[in-house]
Design a protein around this ligand. Structure first.
Ligand SMILES: Nc1nc2c(c(=O)[nH]1)N[C@H]1C(S)=C(S)[C@@H](COP(=O)(O)O)O[C@H]1N2
Ligand SMILES: [Mo]
Length: 524
């Protein structure tokens, strides 16, 4: 034994804090390494605790995070957790200046919390090896460094230069070990070579191609997005800290629940079916007016209803619940799905390529006209026909995900040019942007400068009613500051609502923002 548990001389505050900090780092590093070795990234205690925290976050706070950090809410959470854990480690160290016991107890307690969080990630009994390794490393390193921080008790002369150096070297070595283990965990987790699996899918050629995008459908030279969003720029929204790694070779799709005959397809079987293509604009319900969570792709796959009909949907089924590889669920009302006919897709690719891992590789659903959270299961493994008694992830957390709360995507228009507070040389100014009301299409966009008359903008070519439509208008303006406001009309002639509904409102959980966007800019 190199270290007694207690010592009459308290350890210096600096060493005590460093001991706790390094022990926590070692625990996280070891846990991440073993999770990587086991090919179960979700078993890493750090990520498991993060995911458990996301699951428990009250919906308004989650909305706040999405609104304020956008797609950066995940790094923000991870950094916040790292800071909290570092502080925890230091406090634990400081509480153990005389005896290692308080620190060891605290590390065991947090270790058990980590194990419970991992257990919740359904990584199987093997996954629990990762928190076990974390616990062992945390306790071991704490014990070891605590001993080294006590030169006298360890039988060495009272604190001297050598004792200090030895402690410093030991803690630096342990910290480096923790970082190397953590990095190793990341590298090992990538052994599930999803990139290679994706490459092996190859080019996807549809039997029934989507019509080509006509020229004049978008005005990127004026500041609108390109009509088809490159996969790498496609907005990403999900509750996952780490992208689920599912290889096409390992993926199957099961059709279960209220069906005449449950079915199961491998990815290869789906890939071999006649493939159809649909150009669809997807939108997130948490997109604010003028926000970025809207993108367009040409999705390739199999009509979703064809697959469900093969299994035979039984009377009384009300919704299709999509299950994801990580246990996430999302429900689509069956009558809304039926109304889309053959346009709703079980997609295996976008823009003729396999899906990106971030967007659901190898299979996902895409239903035109519905927000993503009720229609677009990524990393899909199962489609379950059921009644509304089953509550999917967001419904469970208070969102309007079931009738009468499910709304079609609301009419929206976004001004992309000029940008906020842009300085333009006048007098000719071109305003450009995009508008969408998937399912109904866009029939008209109007712009108003400084509260004047509404002017009709010129529309880009319509691709189909499920996609966005670009607009532009050139007008002559005097020097000075101006405000331009936009509003769109859907294919039925319904005007975009002026009422400002933001995501974070007191009262019931909202179901999509509304309001007219205004942009302030200056003409020189
Ligand atoms: N498995 C899974 N699928 C999911 C989600 C999720 O968190 N997990 N988020 C949904 C939401 S809210 C949206 S808006 C879309 C976004 O799809 P994208 O990231 O490909 O744009 O995915 C949907 N599908
Ligand atoms: Mo969403």
């Amino acid at each position: 034994m190199t270290s007694p548990a207690t010592s009459p001389t308290p350890v210096s505050a600096g060493r005590a804090a460093a001991t706790g900090l390094v022990a926590v780092a070692a625990a996280l590093g070891a846990g991440h390494l073993v999770a990587g070795l086991l090919l179960r990234p979700a078993a890493s205690p750090f990520f498991a605790v993060g995911n458990a925290a996301i699951d428990r976050t009250p919906t308004p706070v989650k909305n706040f995070a999405v609104e304020n950090f956008g797609t950066n809410d995940k790094p923000a959470l991870l950094i916040g957790m790292a800071v909290v854990l570092a502080l925890f480690g230091m406090v634990v160290g400081l509480a153990s200046r005389r005896s290692a016991i308080p620190g060891l107890v605290a590390i065991v307690v947090i270790g058990v919390v980590g194990a419970l969080a991992v257990h919740e990630q359904s990584t199987g009994p093997l996954g629990l090896l990762a928190p076990a390794a974390a616990l062992a490393a945390g306790v071991g390193v704490f014990w070891w460094l605590h001993g080294r921080a006590h030169p006298r008790a360890a039988g060495v002369a009272p604190p001297n230069a050598w004792g200090r150096r030895r402690f410093l070297l030991s803690s630096v070595a342990a910290a480096v070990g923790a970082v190397v283990a953590g990095a190793g965990g990341f590298a090992l987790a990538r052994r599930v070579d999803v990139a290679a699996s994706r490459r092996a899918v190859g080019e996807l050629v549809p039997t029934t191609p989507a019509p080509p995008i006509p020229p004049g459908a978008a005005f990127p030279e004026l500041g609108t997005p390109t009509f088809l969003t490159p996969a790498a720029d496609f907005y990403r929204i999900d509750v996952n800290l780490e992208v689920p790694q599912l290889r096409a070779e390992d993926a199957t799709l099961r059709i279960t629940g209220m069906v005449d005959e449950p079915l199961e397809f491998t990815f290869a079987e789906i890939r071999a079916m006649p493939l159809a293509e649909q150009t669809i604009t997807m939108t997130c319900v948490s997109n604010e007016v003028g926000g970025p969570y809207v993108s367009t792709g040409t999705f390739i796959g199999v009509p979703l209803l064809d697959l469900l009909d093969r299994a035979g949907i039984q009377n009384g089924a009300q919704q299709v619940v999509g299950h994801s590889v990580d246990g996430f669920t999302l429900g689509t009302p069956l009558d809304l799905l039926r109304a889309t006919g053959k346009q709703a897709m079980l997609a295996i690719g976008m823009n003729r390529e396999a899906l990106l891992p971030e967007h659901g590789f190898p299979m996902r659903t895409v239903v035109p006209g519905l927000y993503g959270y009720v229609s677009a299961t990524k990393w899909l493994t199962e489609l379950e026909l059921t009644t509304y008694d089953v509550k999917p992830y967001w419904v469970e957390r208070g969102w309007d995900g079931q009738p009468p709360g499910v709304v079609p995507i609301k009419i929206s228009s976004r001004i992309d040019a000029p940008t906020a507070f842009q300085q333009l040389s006048g007098p000719q100014v071109t305003v450009a942007g995009t508008a969408w009301a998937q399912g109904r299409g866009i029939s008209r966009v109007e712009l108003r400068v400084d509260g004047g008359e509404w002017q009709q903008a010129e529309l880009g070519a319509e691709v189909n009613r499920n996609t966005w439509r670009m607009f532009k208008l050139t007008t002559t303006l005097s020097p000075g500051q101006h405000t331009v406001t936009s509003r769109a009309y859907d294919g039925d002639g319904v005007m975009q609502s002026e009422e400002r509904l933001r995501l974070i409102n007191p009262g019931p959980v909202p179901d999509g923002s509304t309001g007219w966007q205004s942009m302030i800019f200056t003409v020189a």
